[in-house]
Design a protein around this ligand. Structure first.
Ligand code: HEM
Length: 316
């Protein structure tokens, strides 16, 4: 028998109430929406190179909790701690970019484009403008009104092994190929020490450091993140070209130079290991798979979205 939580999540993904998305959704109601959002993302990343990584991760965290309904964008209130303030989301940033994009879009076509769609489009732009692939984003998501910090516990943790990762993705209708392709999102961005501390200090009884880490790479991580690290901003980039969207993440992963246990876990099952090698050897194959999986991930729906929020931080 399937556990209840599993049935509930699966029923979100396949909810009959989830409106079908379409690529031409705003063609008549807000034809300039996409170009406005692209312009805002482009300008923001010129001022701050960390913006693309932030937007891509924000979209992933939105989609994994209650589907892609913009719930990650809501602010906490006196009565409710929102997703934004859940532990894994404290390091999310660049929410101002979505605010700016939404404001510009609202001035052109008031009350038409959802915050969830704005974020999905901004994430696509983030990838494309970092040198990665571009694609047509299916649109028509509605914004949800529920956002609970406690539900961020449902996000996959960086300490997850392959079966935990598989389960987390499978519950949302995503397969192992999606897990590997989407983990390639770690070609962009940065991690704080706390997210990979488990690999570099007190790893286990036999080893202080995760033996699957390449030794000099492990030493460099220990150098920036000592055991009693006091520098809250300290950490490491997720690959050696953290502002470029490329397949270097996979090339480094096979060399034992990944940041999270969850990255390394992709090498522990035959299916996923084969995909990692495929993507390390061919950026083309990675791009094709990434686009396919992003469209799948960004279509996750709980059927709970009801409105087009005017301000992405508060319900109407
Ligand atoms: C497979 C499960 C995943 C786990 C366990 C995971 C975990 C993490 C963690 C712990 C961080 C660093 C947070 C910090 O310390 O600041 C991070 C960063 C990041 N993740 Fe993931 N992630 C996963 C999947 C994904 C997916 C599917 C995407 C997008 C397609 C993604 C995109 C990113 C990006 C772009 C960053 C850098 C963020 C920044 O620099 O602001 N991750 N991830």
């Amino acid at each position: 028998m399937l556990p209840l939580v599993f049935v509930v999540v699966l029923s979100w993904v396949f909810s009959p109430f989830a409106a079908a998305l379409s690529s031409d959704y705003y063609d008549h109601t807000c034809p300039k929406a996409e170009s406005i959002i692209t312009k805002v993302v482009k300008k923001a990343m010129m001022n701050d190179k960390t913006v693309p990584a932030a937007l891509l991760r924000m979209h992933f965290h939105d989609c994994f909790i209650r589907g892609c309904d913009g719930s990650v964008l809501l602010n906490s209130t006196a009565m409710n701690a929102a997703e934004k303030d859940g532990p894994p989301n404290i390091s999310l940033h660049a929410f101002y970019v979505i605010d700016l994009a939404k404001k510009e879009v609202e001035s052109q076509c008031p009350g038409v484009v959802s915050c969830a769609d704005t974020l999905a489009l901004a994430a696509r732009d983030a990838v494309a403008l970092s040198g990665g692939p571009s694609w047509n984003v299916p649109k028509g998501r509605k914004d949800g009104g529920i956002s609970k910090a406690g539900e961020t516990r449902q996000l996959p943790a960086p300490t997850f092994n392959i079966s935990q990762l598989q389960q987390s993705f499978f519950q949302r209708g995503l397969a192992l190929e999606d897990l590997v392709a989407l983990s390639g999102g770690h070609t962009l961005g940065f991690s704080h020490c706390s997210s990979f501390q488990n690999r570099i200090h007190n790893f286990g009884t036999a080893h202080d450091v995760d033996p699957s880490l390449q030794p000099s790479f492990a030493a460099s991580l220990r150098n920036v993140c000592p055991m009693h690290n006091k520098v809250r901003s300290a950490g490491a980039t997720l690959d050696s070209s953290a502002t470029a969207f490329d397949n270097i993440y996979f090339k480094l992963l096979v060399l034992g130079k990944s940041i999270f246990s969850s990255d390394e876990a992709l090498l522990t099952a035959t299916t996923t290991k084969t995909l990692v090698s495929k993507f390390a050897n061919s950026q083309e194959e990675f791009y094709t798979a990434f686009v396919k999986s992003m469209i799948k991930m960004s279509s996750i729906s709980s059927g709970g979205g009801q409105e087009i929020r005017l301000n992405c931080r508060v319900v109407n």
